[in-house]
Design a binder for this molecule. Structure first.
Ligand code: 5GP
Ligand code: MN
Length: 323
């Protein structure tokens, strides 16, 4: 930690990035640290490859996040947040890898340990918790903007203090953030309170797609591009939908297969899919995801796969036999 703080304080131009298809932790951590480094008069570039989901666009400073890697910028340091591996930031990974010093700040059990410095704590509820620790060491003020970013990261990564990663730090830091100006009901209204009609219709289709393994221990939800088109929604609108499949009685593992990319699916049904896995705490889904080249946490993990939909489903139902 001390070395990282010393290094950051002596940096002139810092590239900060978090994972593609960002969640509240990826965006909150990016903003909180970015705003704090700017307080130290360090020039920063905040990078995320994906469009910021509408529900997070209320966060102060969010407009500064760019989808473009500035190859002219001459960065001396990169800080990679909430990423188990550098490639999780997407297409800029190769360019970021050339930045002289890379700092890896994360809480995933599958973290590869990449970079020159690591600030990894798998017992942290969120990357925002680790960023909060780092900001304390940087001794920059935590104003309402930084507090809102940290609060949102913790709130969303703990599933509103319901998931197994919810720890005492989640409450103590959020308590501090509220004292620093965050209004919980305002954040909740932005993050959870506003669903478009399309999102409700998508939820309906997703619920209708649920299949249960013969032993009842695994539930599978499927979201196709056709469903997004039909409901006029974006991939981000599927955020959190998997939790409905997880809530079903006796289900230990919930799986969401989400079709990625643009253009039409080939007629044979094969394509590129993102698979999300959630566990009730009795099954390590990070290990399952890692076996498919992905990663995550014991209770929430994911991977990308190029496959035939039918074969993918049967592979997933095969997993159900072992749980
Ligand atoms: P989600 O299902 O929301 O996409 O992801 C759940 C968790 O698994 C998140 O913490 C996310 O960072 C991680 N995760 C999802 N997909 C991948 C992947 O392809 N690789 C790795 N390393 N982690 C992933
Ligand atoms: Mn996270």
């Amino acid at each position: 930690m001390d070395q990282i703080v010393r290094h950051l304080k002596s940096s002139r131009r810092v590239f900060l990035a978090s994972h593609t298809q960002p969640d509240g932790d990826a965006i909150g951590s990016l903003l909180a640290l970015g705003l704090s480094l700017e307080r130290l008069n360090i020039r920063t570039a905040l990078y995320n490859e994906s469009l910021i989901p509408a529900v997070y666009r209320f966060l102060p400073g969010v407009a500064a996040i760019t989808r473009h890697f500035d190859s002219q910028a001459d960065f001396d340091t990169a800080v990679i947040l909430d990423c188990g591996s550098l490639k999780r930031i997407g297409a800029a990974a190769a360019a970021a890898n050339k930045i002289p010093v890379i700092i890896n700040v994360d809480h995933h059990v599958t973290n590869t340990g990449f970079g020159h410095f690591q600030l990894i704590d798998t017992s942290a509820c969120s990357t925002a918790e680790i960023v909060h620790r780092l900001i304390k060491q940087l001794a920059t003020p935590i104003d309402k903007a930084v507090a809102t970013a940290i609060y949102t990261g913790i709130l969303t990564d703990t599933g509103s203090f319901r998931f197994a990663n919810t720890n005492s730090a989640a409450f103590s830091i959020c308590d501090e953030m509220v004292r620093r100006g965050v209004t919980p009901s305002e954040v909740a209204q932005h993050v959870y309170g506003t669903y478009s009609m399309g999102r409700i219709k998508l939820l309906n289709l997703a619920l209708d797609s649920i299949e249960i393994s013969t032993n009842g221990k695994l539930s599978l939800m499927t979201l196709t591009r056709q469903m997004l088109r039909e409901t006029n929604t974006l991939p981000e609108d599927a955020d959190g939908i998997i939790n409905y499949a997880k809530r079903i009685q006796d289900v230990r593992v919930a799986v969401l297969i989400q079709e990625n990319g643009n253009g039409e699916s080939p007629s044979n049904g094969s394509g590129r899919f993102h698979v999300s896995l959630r566990s009730d705490g009795t099954v390590d889904v990070a290990a399952i995801a890692a076996a498919f080249g992905g990663g995550g946490h014991c209770n929430a993990a994911g991977f990308n796969i190029e496959a035939d939909m039918g074969e993918l489903k049967s592979k997933i139902f095969d997993l159900a036999q072992k749980i």
